[in-house]
Design a protein around this ligand. Structure first.
Ligand code: PLP
Length: 380
């Protein structure tokens, strides 16, 4: 069976030998042109027309009223959490099955993650587990939500759209509203993914995306904060640019700021990649459809987009029958130079977060023992 899978992957990627990566970038459009233009202009750093253009275009593309370009997705999350009002020693609800950046951003503020289980259909935060938790362990006082066991304020809820598949946004948005918790979507992996026709990252108070080298489109390093709130958008831009008060020559700053603005040279790359995003997503969806047909003949579950959603299928994922089969497949495929990876170690099992509050994790544990990501690059 493993041999059939490797043959199929090699056939799909038209590569009968040699290394097949999990996800590699594609530069087939205006990348060189725009990057050379940025260099020629001498504006390669934090000021320049491409940064502004990227913000306009990503806002238009996602339907957010405002976008703030950042150096990477982790920085975007850090600032989004500050904008949502998260403070030291408060709690931020998130999922244990995520890339570490989500928890790191929470930690930069001195806040702590609180882990909710995932839904096996979406691989993202379970609205059922979230609801159970909020009903049984929290209370609302003065328009804020508090965690009863610790007495701490729950300052934000950060679901993550795993591998590009949207979480159950309708229920999660509603739960956050009822329980007075700002929703911040970690849409790092889901650029191009929609839920009921609306782009991920635009449902909550704030959303963040990433343009890291391994994501669907890349600017080398880069990210963005999305919001419809004009005040937060202005404050976000201020915080990411060292909180400098605009003046023709004076240097004055009114709060602790961050050097988080996306450089213009990266934004040049981002603008070129954004022009190709729709065709990349279409290609990735064609690939996932082929994988889906193939795996129907095997006792392996291929992860498909959840209902009501349109997924970018950033990373394709299969579910094997148990951990030993997963390990055997990882070993076999990587030996065959076909890159495959297990999911990230669950956050509640990472040393720094092992003491964080953690609800039942049975679906997260189940998935983490069985899931393998298989090659998912855009095929042109
Ligand atoms: C990639 C990623 C990030 C952060 O992105 P960077 O641009 O690499 O900083 C955050 N959260 C998740 C879930 C990611 O996959």
């Amino acid at each position: 069976m493993f041999e059939d899978i490797i043959d199929e992957i090699r056939r799909l990627f038209k590569k009968s030998s040699g290394f097949i990566p999990l996800h590699e970038p594609r530069f087939q459009g205006n990348e060189s042109k725009y990057v050379v233009d940025a260099i020629t202009s001498t504006f390669v750093s934090s000021v320049g027309q491409y940064v502004d253009q990227f913000e306009d275009r990503i806002a238009k593309y996602t339907g957010a009223r405002f976008a703030i370009a950042t150096v990477n997705g982790t920085a975007a999350l850090h600032i989004a959490l500050i904008l949502a009002g998260v403070k030291k020693d408060e709690l931020v609800i998130t999922q244990s099955l995520s890339f570490i950046a989500t928890c790191n951003a929470i930690s930069y503020i001195g806040a702590d993650p609180l882990f909710i289980d995932i839904d096996k259909q979406t691989l993202g935060m379970s609205s059922v587990s979230l609801s159970d938790f909020l009903e049984s362990k929290t209370e609302i006082k003065d328009n804020n939500c508090y965690h009863i066991p610790s007495g701490k304020r729950i300052a934000a809820c950060v679901p993550m759209h795993t591998f590009g598949h949207p979480v159950d946004l309708e229920k999660i948005t509603e739960l956050c509203k009822v329980h007075k918790i700002p929703l911040v979507e970690d849409a790092a992996e889901s650029i191009g993914s929609r839920y009921k026709g609306k782009h991920t990252g635009t449902f909550g108070l704030l959303g963040t995306i990433s343009l890291n080298g391994n994501k669907t489109i890349t600017s080398g390093g880069g990210g963005a904060i999305l919001t419809d709130d004009e005040y937060l958008a202005k404050l976000g831009k201020h915080l990411t640019t060292q909180s400098k008060i605009p003046h023709r020559w004076e240097f004055d700053h009114d709060m602790i700021g961050y050097n988080y603005r996306m450089p213009n040279i990266n934004a040049a790359l981002a603008c070129a990649q954004l022009e190709q995003l729709d065709s990349f997503v279409e290609s990735k969806r064609r690939l996932s459809e082929k994988y889906n047909c193939f795996f129907k003949d095997y006792p392996i579950l291929f992860m498909q987009e959840p209902k009501d959603s349109y997924s970018n299928y950033w990373l394709n994922a299969i579910i094997l029958s148990d951990k030993s089969e997963r390990d055997a497949f990882l070993e076999y495929s990587n030996d065959q130079l076909v890159m495959t990876r297990p999911v990230w170690r669950l956050m509640h099992k990472i040393k720094m977060f092992s003491n964080s509050y953690c609800e039942d994790m049975s679906s997260s544990e189940w998935v983490s023992e069985r899931l393998v990501n298989i090659p998912s690059s855009v095929i042109l």
